[in-house]
Design a protein around this ligand. Structure first.
Ligand SMILES: Cc1ncc(COP(=O)(O)O)c(C=O)c1O
Length: 371
């Protein structure tokens, strides 16, 4: 147990990382200020190139956030009214919300209990003549097993939009997520693997037609000064965030290694306990944006964590098919038992690159005391 006297353990700590980046970022901000170019300048275009090279696609298009990345990707694929898009009910709301934003209908498919990701073996049954795309979400940082999904997409002429918001840097064999589908989306929300100090998002693709559409969509479908040939969005990453993300991208492998170390420490501590630690997928590299366990008596664990001033998050307490907003889709309790069970049993524990081994120990001891 820690020699420190009952220190609180926050769920996340973003300020320690900031200290290490501060000097370089502030210097970039000064240069941006002096240049007078604040939107879609060289930091954005350079970051797009660097990010595409990192993920392994030909192109990347920066946008305002991960939700817009999904909406613009769906729009670029011409998905809209009357279309269906398959996704998981066990994810952050934005994965499905984006489908509604373009006028299409989300169709849910249950998850695999071992890794919380959409179960590829169950996807085919959900495909109809209206299905246009599948959005697999690499949840918590664990890559979805893409082989079956790629085969289905090929057979049924569907697009795959990978939602990589929580999994920047994750790999399947040697390929990074974001390079498997026709198009993929990332979020740079502050808590993500690389997060900005504000909002940001990215779309990766190797399809140049999609890139042209995305460039227009993110900037009001402008085809010349004040000339517009479509209904687009104001969804641009700004130079100050792009400058920060460029710095963070150079250190991403270290950040991932630190997260993996913390995750392994947790899993070692819990080795003989009556709870389920994250297991991943064969050939996959998990980046642990979240460290999520299944635990029998979650309410008691939550109470003890709160008493001990330890942060946690329940991701996600209600699967999307049972959310009030989707009542009209007429899903019932029991339709996706694995997602429902995960919602009842899962809890995400503190994890961040600079977390101390001592802090991991404190969290584990509190949880063990309840088990
Ligand atoms: C799986 C998933 N998809 C999409 C998003 C949306 O990203 P953003 O918050 O940048 O809009 C998030 C954000 O948490 C997410 O976790």
């Amino acid at each position: 147990m820690s020699k420190l006297k009952n220190p609180p353990v926050p769920f996340i700590n973003l300020s320690t990382q900031f200290e290490g980046l501060k000097k370089e970022w502030l210097t970039s901000i000064e240069k941006i200020g002096e240049s007078g170019a604040f939107i879609l300048g060289t930091n954005v275009s350079e970051f797009e190139k660097e990010f595409a090279a990192y993920v392994g696609t030909k192109n990347a298009v920066a946008v305002a956030n991960g939700t817009d990345a999904l909406i613009l990707s769906l729009r670029a694929l011409n998905i809209g009214d009357g279309d269906e898009v398959i996704t998981t009910p066990y994810t952050f709301f934005a994965s499905a919300e984006a489908i509604n934003h373009v006028g299409a209908k989300p169709v849910f498919v249950d998850i695999e209990p071992s890794n919380f990701n959409i179960d590829p073996a169950k996807v085919e049954l959900a495909i109809t003549s209206k299905t246009k795309a599948i959005i697999p979400v690499h949840l918590f940082g664990c890559p979805v097993d893409m082989t079956v999904l790629q085969e289905l997409a090929h057979t049924h002429n569907l697009s795959i939009i990978e939602d990589c918001a929580q999994a920047c840097g994750a790999k399947l064999d040697s390929k990074r997520v974001g390079s498997f589908g026709k198009i993929a989306t990332f979020s740079f929300y502050p808590t993500k693997i690389i997060g900005c100090y504000g909002d940001g998002g990215m779309i990766t693709t190797s399809d140049s037609v999609l890139v042209d559409r995305l460039h227009k969509l993110r900037n009001h479908c402008a085809v010349g000064p004040f000339i517009h040939d479509g209904i687009g969005y104001n969804s641009r990453l700004d130079e100050i965030q792009a400058a920060l993300l460029r710095i963070k991208l150079t250190g991403i492998e270290t950040v991932i290694a630190k997260r993996q170390r913390i995750a392994h420490l947790y899993s070692d501590h819990f080795a003989d306990c009556d709870l389920v630690t994250p297991s991943g997928v064969a050939g996959g590299t998990h980046v642990f944006n979240l460290y999520t366990i299944r635990i029998p008596n979650r309410d008691r664990v939550k109470k003890r964590l709160m008493e001990a001033r330890i942060g946690f998050s329940v991701c996600y307490p209600q699967p999307l098919h049972l959310q009030p907003v989707y009542r009209h889709l007429q899903y019932q309790i029991g339709d996706f038992p694995e997602s429902e069970r995960a919602s009842e049993q899962c809890i995400s524990l503190p994890i961040y690159p600079d977390m101390l081994s001592e802090q991991v120990e404190i969290v584990c001891e509190v949880i063990k005391s309840v088990l």
